[in-house]
Write a protein that binds this ligand. Sequence first.
Ligand SMILES: [Zn+2]
Length: 253
Amino acid sequence: MPPVETAMSNSPLVTYSRLSPNRTSPRNHAIDTITIHCMAGNASVESCGALFARASTEASSNYGIGSDGRVALYVDEGDRSWASSNGANDHRAVTIEVANCGGEPDWPVSDQAYAALIDLCVDICRRNGIQKLLWQGDKSLVGQVDKQNMTAHRWFAAKACPGEYLYSRFGDIAARVNERLEEEHVTQEQFNEMMEVYLTQQRSKESSSWSQEAWEKAETAGVFDGTAPQAPLSREQASLVLDRLGLLPEGGV
Ligand SMILES: [Zn+2]
């Protein structure tokens, strides 16, 4: 089991906080999963917070999103929320309750809430080192976060949560989040490609007119080895040049 980070942070997107007593502190697993829920009602972040503030509710989530797109904090990310009817899931997941702007059977959410949900997921992934959101809609993959790191409440209890509107969009949510994560993250492969383009450009440049004569002399004298006029000079090549010009002392300087 990976160690739990000691200094977990909360999202800077939060504009309203009301911490719930319904939590297990601290969580016993590093965050590697996101579980999106629906409120099954059009609660504001304040009314959802008031509900979770009552111990008798025996429920909570880490975050809530209202139909106005505001983001609330109810349980610190460092703590386990009581959201998904599954302790193991909630110990490793950040849970998010999203308000519904319509009712059953679809339980739609507003465009503002949906946009805020994407923003929040991007932020959660970035701060917790989740490289990519993975969704296959396959309950049998629960806990195999290298294959699927989004889960659904309906897998753990006889509930419609997160509602058809959100559930059918989990793939879209993952795609949008991943697009944003990739924009911010240059992979080694992309870096190598950019370096190759740069070096090719340097190699294809002609010598400048002011240095043309000197370059031709150097080329004829054979002081360089396989180097285009504008390519950067490595220490290896510099040594070769100095040696060919007889400028390297045998016994050190
Ligand atoms: Zn739920």
